[in-house]
Design a protein around this ligand. Structure first.
Ligand code: SAM
Length: 256
């Protein structure tokens, strides 16, 4: 995937784009991350990128001309172009999967009060919010979108890791444990040490249902509850569910 990020502060993103999994993905040729400084497309003496808002109001707005030129140079129109803003559609795993199928993606980071609406109307294909809160600028939001997207590109990380994650099957991920099996007075649930794969799968599904029911019950409306999953869910609900999924079907805890 060819990724282009338009920002007034490329330095915020440059460390992220050249470290860890992203670095390895770039070395393997799976992704390229091109950081574009919008200011380079402001041709006046002061490289001015913002101005007052028509109609009045506090704060400044990003001017259309530099953005228009920067987006044109990045391949717009014709390339999927995401503007990150709190007034967009809420970002989720399905959107990340959709973006990950694109050969090219442009992400526009806002600053100040945001960008002139004419740029959104003429250049942007997807208006995306990462959550119901207001950040001071778009760079962190862009990193959230990039991170959720690039790890889905085939070859970046193992498919097995992806298929077991939260949201992959519509549920939150079950609790996980590693060595030591006994930590302080807390024990890993016995079934996970049993080597019985069917029992482990059932425990994990049940734990996922308990967790989803407690933290994100609305997700349960999006999954098929006709078979075993539905039966297990009814069982969990009949047993009273739990508001404390971290203690649901817990490992043994030594008393005293
Ligand atoms: N005036 C805007 C509003 O009320 O919707 C907020 C502008 S915010 C201070 C500046 C920039 O931060 C935005 O243009 C956007 O790029 C980014 N930003 C802030 N919160 C965000 C969020 N929840 N999701 C995505 N981007 C966000």
């Amino acid at each position: 995937m060819k990724l282009t990020v338009l920002t007034l502060f490329p330095e915020i993103l440059s460390a992220y784009c050249s470290a860890s999994i992203m670095k390895r993905a770039a070395e393997k040729g799976l992704i390229s991350c091109n950081l574009v400084n919008i200011r380079d497309y402001a041709y006046d003496r002061h490289h001015k990128c913002d101005d007052e808002v028509f109609g009045g109001g506090a704060g400044m707005l990003m001017k259309p001309e530099p953005l228009d030129r920067a987006l044109e140079a990045a391949g717009s129109p014709g390339v999927r172009t995401v503007y990150v803003t709190p007034s967009g559609r809420l970002f989720n795993q399905a959107m990340a999967e959709d973006f990950a199928r694109e050969p090219e993606l442009v992400i526009l980071c806002g600053r100040y009060e945001g960008v002139d609406q004419r740029i959104i109307d003429s250049r942007v294909t997807d208006v995306v919010s990462i959550g119901d809160y207001v950040l001071s600028s778009g760079e962190v939001a862009a990193m959230v979108v990039i991170d959720a997207v690039y790890r889905l590109i085939p070859g970046v990380i193992s498919q097995e890791s992806l298929s077991e994650e939260s949201f992959a099957g519509g549920l939150l991920e079950y609790p996980q444990y590693t060595r030591p099996a006994k930590y302080g007075n807390m024990h890993v649930p016995e079934v996970l040490l049993s080597g019985n794969h069917a029992a482990i799968a059932r425990w994990r599904l049940r734990a996922s249902l308990i967790k989803t029911l407690a933290y994100r019950p609305e997700l349960l409306q999006t999954i098929d509850l006709s078979g075993d999953v539905g039966r297990l869910l009814r069982e969990v609900i009949d047993e009273g569910g739990t508001n404390e999924p971290h203690t649901a079907d817990p490992g043994r805890t030594d008393k005293n």
